[in-house]
Design a protein around this ligand. Structure first.
Ligand SMILES: [Zn+2]
Length: 79
């Protein structure tokens, strides 16, 4: 787990790890990632996601679901 002690954006040491439902947006389509853990800076609003958080976002994002659907089509065409 990455330990973040200061904000890379503004240098504030008030940045802290939070766990909350996270609302994402992809091409006007919003989606929710429940209980996502990430770091948030109360000073400037910077958010930092570690690898685990990124993977969780990817699992819920329609952007990645869409990519899967697109890759399946040419694979079937070759079968
Ligand atoms: Zn900051």
């Amino acid at each position: 787990m990455i330990q973040i002690t200061s904000c890379p954006s503004c240098g504030s040491d008030r940045i802290k790890r939070v766990q909350q439902d996270w609302i994402g947006n992809f091409q006007g389509q919003s989606y929710t990632v429940p209980s996502l853990e990430f770091c948030e800076c109360p000073n400037c609003g910077e958010r930092i996601y570690d690898r685990k958080a990124m993977r969780k976002i990817e699992a819920h994002s329609p952007a990645f679901a869409r990519r899967d659907a697109e890759t399946k089509v040419p694979l079937m065409a070759y079968a």
